[in-house]
Design a protein around this ligand. Sequence first.
Ligand code: PRP
Length: 183
Amino acid sequence: MVRPERGGEVGAVLVTEAVIGRRVAELGASVTEDYAGKDLVLVGVLSGGAVFTADLARSVNLPLELDWIAVSSYGDGSSSSGRVRLVKDVEADLAGRHVLVVDDILDTGVTLAWLLEHFRARRPASLHACVLLRKPEAVLEPVRPRYVGLDIEPVFVAGYGIDYAGRYRNLRSVHKVLLPEDG
Ligand code: PRP
């Protein structure tokens, strides 16, 4: 998949701040119910998952531990390499604990498949994933997150943690990216 590198800009809102807020609250309530009484570790995937993870964590009413992993799956910034490189690992010992990996978007699934394999080797008591957005038509890897905020069409998006050419992660809504060829 070719990823935009430069020349475009963000366009119309695809998912509003209000819809995101509502889904984050609902996901937080589900996580609270499902993990009650369990030793939960939320692992946010940097950088795209930082905003969603921070909001989700505050919507979960449990004494969870919050940790972070950083991976890079698009080495040259313009096309999917299909490979994932570990940039920063978690600090927490995950053995025997309930691990929930939190990321902003499930596109091909290459990143999440790699992450789940990476964490499975740590022998957690359970291992699941939560993504805010999923592009069902793009998913190539057989990964099934336990929690999905919204399914979206296979277009480039930016905002709410997701970047376009390194920018726009701070937008409160998720926007479509307008590529130069879109006119
Ligand atoms: C994005 C996103 C996911 C991944 C999903 O991260 O945050 O981690 O791509 O794509 P996939 O399902 O096709 O693997 P990216 O590698 O762009 O880095 P970033 O999180 O730093 O923006």
